[in-house]
Structure formats: structure tokens, C-alpha cells
Design a protein around this ligand. Structure first.
Ligand code: PLP
Length: 486
């Protein structure tokens, strides 16, 4: 007998059937992750799979088992592949099994983690505190978990802007007679360009400073540019250093940048999307030490902490400045002394987003389950693997290392006698596409000095030495085959 409309909900009619489906999903997920090495890294999505996603809005119900069968058939097999041991494209983490289930638990709680006396707020706070410890920020610092480093950088730079350009929240940028300017290197990530635009500074408000031959910012050029801008009546307010550039993993001279920021009274921000976490590895602590002196830092937990997407973190040294940049209390968000609207301070005061998911849980479970020592060992392992790859490339005459290996990124190319840079670019691009199409490995690419390079970025806890050996064997095979056709 069907229930009257007023009694209907979206819960299942038969909870036991839903339980069985859930158990099947758990089994499939475990099998998928356990056997991931046996799968191709990437498989091109066939036409019939793509056609599934052209269908219009369904108004009639489809059995949950059928919907899940479609997931298994058309979605899971055509995953991007960053769960695979030979995925090294862009900078993408591998994920951890325990966090898969944490996401399920978080979804079951369906917590909105902005305001309210609820456990999720305390977990979120603890994870931010742990992030603060990782970066050796003072206890008085504040922070937020956000979707990723793009949002973390934007959040930090908004705090910088609102702090350094007094009155901007009330009066807007038109209040200032000079052009406000931030500084970063030509190797900085494109999210910094986007941040400058979103912040209303425009492209003119972001000065790109040239890099040295090792792709690190040239500090002398930075100083000259700041002096020139001050003389021209502009308003310099922030320096952005890289702790690991996206192309090569270069680490800007952070100590010198911190000193320059101090000299000119500017905000010092670090984009440490992946590299900041390397400061936990003892050999890298000195070169990344200046992060703990910065005014703000952005880094991802979904890259080199291997947590599933999405989760990044922004830390601000001065909690008051952080709060002043965003605080906003409409009547419906006023906190109470007791009851659901009491508890920790609303996170609405510390960022752009109001509704926030419980992304802290997958971090909390992973860090507690593995322990920081094991996670740091994985980061260390990835750096060692990059050095191993570098040595192998250097010892192979048909391969050329294209940039110094500072952290976990290796840029190289296959070289073929008599070929120009343009031809080598075509050959190497073909190698990258073939490696992916044949499901062997997924490196990505970088254009350095106008030259196309194969780029391997290792934030992968599943990669083993044999995976890098296979990569080079296959690059040589495909390179020779392609080179012969040029
Ligand atoms: C140096 C750097 N900054 C920022 C980002 C953007 O991070 P997300 O994709 O998490 O927004 C990346 C991404 O690879 C990066 O490498």
C-alpha cells in the first residue's frame, strides 16, 4: 500500500535492501583499490559511456541497484587514475582508503560545518590546529580548511589586501589613488593570477618577477621592482613566495623574501600547495623554515598528505587580522549562550564560504590512523623516488634532464639525434599521449624555456621503484619508435 504524499520521504522503503547495496559498494571499493595496480592507469572513455551523460533530467525513479550498476559500468572504469601507482600528472594526490569511509561517514552526518554546537566544529578546529603545528605557526594563529590551494591562496591574499589597504572593506579599491600591487615569480601558479583578478587588482596589480636559471625568484629584481613601483606612486602590499613551483618544484629563497617583505613593510604569503608539507622532512626543514615566519601560508592536504579530494588549508598568523577581513554577522547567525547556536565561534567570520562540508573528518581519520610519522615517511619516499629518477635520466644518453630536481618533480625529455627543439617537442608530446593511451603511466608535461618536457610529479604513496623503471623503459621504447617516424 503506497503512503499518502504527506507521509513520503526520500528514505528507502526497504532499508535492508539499501544495506545490501551499501555492502556491495564497500566490497567493490575495496577490490578496486586493492587491485588498482593491475588496471590501466587511464582508459579512454568510449562513446557509449559518454552518451550516458547526454540524457536529460530523469523525472521517474530508477532502482538504486540499476543506478549503481551504471556507475560501475560507465563511471568507475574511466576514472582519471590518480589512485594508480603510476599516476604522476599535474600534482594530484592518491587518496587513502580510510578517508574513503570517512567521507561516507561525513555524508551520513551531513554536517554543515560553519556554526553550531556540534562535534564536527571541534574536529574541524583540531585539524586546523594540527595544520598549524605542521607549519610551526603560533598558537594564536587562525586557519580554515577550504576546497584547495586556489581557495586557500585567495583567502590569504584577501586578508593581506584588507589588512594592508586600510578601509578597503568599506570604500572599495577606488578609494586608493595608487595601484595596489602584489609580487610573485613568473613561475607562480595561475591561481595567483585569478586571485589578483577576483580581488579587483587586475593584471596590473600582480607584478611577475623573473626567475633565475633554477626557476627560483630573483630577489634583486624583486627589490628593484618594489622601489620602482613606490617611486611611481603605486601601493605595494604583498610578496608571494613559492614553496614548490607547479612546473619544477622550485623553492623560492623564502628567507630573503621574508626579509624583503619586512624591509618594505609588506605582507609575506607562501604558496606551499604541495611543497610546504616537505618541511616535515628533516632535510627540508631549513630551506622551508621561513614558512613559519610568514604572515600566511596556503597548502593542500589532498596533494602531499594523500587525503581524497577536496581539502586544502590556509593559515593566517594574526587571528584578529583574519577575522577583520571577513567578519560579518547577520541576525540569523548571531550566536547564543546555550543550545545549538552556541559553541565555537562561527567560521563565517574567517572565509568566503558559508556552507561547508565535513571535510575535516577524512583528514582527522587519516592522520590518526596512519600517524604523522608514516605520512612524513611517504613524503620522504616520494622525494627519494624523484632523485632516483633524476639519476637514471642522467645516466641514459637518450634522455635529458630539463630542470634541477628540488623536491618531487622531475622534468626531462627524450632526445633524438638531428631533431630540432620543435621536433623533440612533438616526439615527447606523442610519448606522453601514448603512455596514457596505452594505460602504462600518466606523467604530464611542462614547457620550460619554450621546450616541451615530460613532467613527473610524485605525490603518490603507491608508487614503487619498479614503476619508475617501467616509465623510463617505455619512454625509450616509444621515443625510438616515434623518432624513427620523424
Ligand atoms: C604551486 C601550486 N599552487 C596552487 C595550486 C592550486 O591548487 P588546487 O588545485 O588545490 O586549487 C597548485 C596545484 O597544483 C600548485 O601546484
Amino acid at each position: 500500500m503506497t503512503k499518502p504524499d504527506t507521509e513520503q520521504s526520500l528514505d528507502p522503503e526497504n532499508w535492508e535492501e539499501m544495506r545490501q547495496l551499501g555492502h556491495a559498494m564497500v566490497d567493490d571499493v575495496i577490490d578496486y583499490l586493492r587491485n588498482i595496480r593491475e588496471r590501466p592507469v587511464w582508459s579512454a572513455m568510449p562513446k557509449d559511456a559518454k552518451q550516458q551523460f547526454e540524457q536529460g533530467l530523469p523525472y521517474q525513479p530508477i532502482d538504486a541497484n540499476e543506478v549503481y550498476a551504471d556507475f560501475m559500468k560507465y563511471i568507475l572504469p574511466y576514472n582519471k587514475g590518480n589512485v594508480h601507482p603510476r599516476f604522476w600528472a599535474w600534482v594530484q594526490g592518491t587518496g587513502t582508503p580510510v578517508s574513503v569511509f570517512a567521507d561516507m561517514l561525513a555524508a551520513a552526518m551531513n554536517a554543515n560545518v560553519t556554526i553550531g554546537e556540534q562535534s564536527a566544529m571541534y574536529v574541524d578546529q583540531q585539524v586546523v590546529n594540527w595544520c598549524r603545528e605542521m607549519m610551526e605557526y603560533p598558537e594564536t594563529a587562525s586557519g580554515m580548511l577550504v576546497s584547495g590551494a586556489s581557495m586557500a591562496n585567495l583567502t590569504a591574499l584577501l586578508v593581506a589586501r584588507n589588512t594592508m589597504l586600510e578601509g578597503v572593506r568599506n570604500q572599495g579599491l577606488q578609494h586608493f589613488s595608487g595601484q595596489p600591487v602584489m609580487y610573485c615569480s613568473t613561475e607562480s601558479h595561475s591561481c595567483i593570477d585569478k586571485a589578483a583578478e577576483v580581488m579587483g587588482l587586475g593584471k596590473k596589480g600582480l607584478q611577475k618577477i623573473p626567475v633565475r636559471s633554477d626557476y627560483c625568484m630573483d630577489v634583486a629584481s624583486l627589490r628593484n621592482q618594489i622601489l620602482e613601483d613606490i617611486a611611481a606612486g603605486k601601493l605595494p602590499f604583498a610578496i608571494i613566495g613559492n614553496a614548490g613551483t607547479v612546473n619544477t618544484g622550485a623553492i623560492d629563497p623564502l628567507h630573503e623574501l621574508a626579509a624583503t617583505a619586512k624591509e618594505f613593510g609588506l605582507w609575506f604569503h607562501v604558496d606551499g600547495a604541495f611543497g610546504a608539507l616537505a618541511r616535515l622532512v628533516p632535510e627540508y626543514t631549513p630551506v622551508l623554515e621561513a614558512i613559519s615566519q610568514s604572515d600566511s601560508v596556503a597548502f593542500d592536504l589532498h596533494k602531499w598528505m594523500y587525503i581524497p579530494y577536496e581539502v586544502g588549508c590556509v593559515l593566517i598568523r594574526d587571528r584578529q587580522m583574519h577575522r577583520m577581513a571577513f567578519s560579518n554577522t547577520p541576525t540569523y547567525l548571531i550566536q547564543h549562550e546555550r543550545g545549538l547556536a552556541s559553541g565555537l565561534e562561527s567560521l563565517n567570520h574567517y572565509g568566503i564560504e558559508l556552507s561547508r562540508g565535513f571535510k575535516a573528518l577524512k583528514v582527522w581519520m587519516a592522520i590518526r590512523h596512519y600517524g604523522m610519522n608514516a605520512l612524513i615517511r611517504q613524503i620522504q619516499k616520494n622525494i627519494q623516488q624523484a632523485l632516483y629518477l633524476e639519476q637514471k635520466i642522467k645516466s641514459e644518453p637518450s634522455l635529458q634532464l630539463m630542470a634541477p630536481v628540488t623536491l618531487n618533480i622531475v622534468c626531462f625529455r627524450f632526445v633524438y639525434e638531428g631533431c630540432s627543439d620543435v621536433q623533440l617537442g612533438e616526439i615527447n608530446k606523442e610519448i606522453v599521449m601514448k603512455l596514457q593511451e596505452e594505460g602504462i603511466a600518466s606523467p604530464s608535461y611542462a614547457i620550460l624555456g619554450g621546450k616541451y618536457c615530460i613532467r613527473v610529479a610524485i605525490t603518490n604513496h603507491r608508487s614503487k621503484t619498479e614503476d619508475f623503471d617501467l616509465l623510463l623503459t617505455e619512454v625509450l621504447r616509444l621515443g625510438k619508435k616515434t623518432g624513427n617516424l620523424v
